[in-house]
Design a binder for this molecule. Sequence first.
Ligand SMILES: [Zn+2]
Length: 341
Amino acid sequence: METIEGLNKYIVRDKLILKIFTIGYEPMGESIIILIIVDGVVKFSAVIDCFKTTEINKTLDILQEYNVEKVNFICITHPDVDHCKGFEKILEKANNKTVILYPVYMINDLNYDKDAKIVIDKLSEFVMKRKNDPDKPILKSCVGSCLAPINFIFENEKNGYKYPLIINTYSPVSEIIERPNAYNYLIEEFKRTNSHNNFSIMLSLTLGDFKSLFCGDIQNDSIDIVKRDLNMNDMDFFINTIDFFKIPHHCSWGSKNMLNLLSNCFIANSVTTIYNRGKSKLPNKEMLKKYIKKSEKTYCTSNIENEKENIYKYGIVELTANIFERTIRIEDKKYDEVEVM
Ligand SMILES: [Zn+2]
């Protein structure tokens, strides 16, 4: 029956579980892990961004805890250090079937923090190796709005219902091809702010009825470009309910146009990570209020009420969705101390 080449089809006897871990560090750092668990065994894993402190790399710890040796999907939303420090360890968990997404301009850009440079070099090395792979490697740079080449489908053994996994990516980089002036504008912005936020990849993940959206650090200029470029399939995603939404750029005012993009949908759960560094104290409280209004429930990986005294070292918002039963549970954990093993 399996006629599509490279299709990963799993029959589920009892439980199809989707887990999303959103990790946020103090004073900066963000990582997301997505796992699909079939009857207790992880069958699909994805990592969006990574960070480590001198003591911990929670992304790696969680993958280890769930015995994930090979990651199926990797996305570096943008090469700013708070999203890619320690990613070289995640790239070690990629093989020639792993789909890797990164902004197309990334490898040629030289303006990097040294921790980001380590990741870029490792990624360049990996890309070179894969280019000569006789196994026809799946490797994709993100241009405009496009489907990631992920072929996973899950079937309920009891009733035969099928649950395809769909990952769609949105990137303003299509401007390079279609509207060079806009691309130049983004480059000028980059020179001014020295940040790659405007190139950040955004992606949606759908499994059965469950819908989630991860926004990296995308900001207003790019959000407007993405909005303008949406096709009918994308529109379909941006109406009704989004079950889980990672607020863009640690909930900054500079990404407020996201609320226009989401104007037709309802958000069940939204989450933001902190960026409490230098002049940037994020989430912006006014902005956070807007998301709280728009979402049934909003989570934050740190305590933002008492900024000085009660900031946690890191926090994890862990979502568990039972896809057949259509239930979602969220645990919000915060850690003061570094764990001693
Ligand atoms: Zn960031």
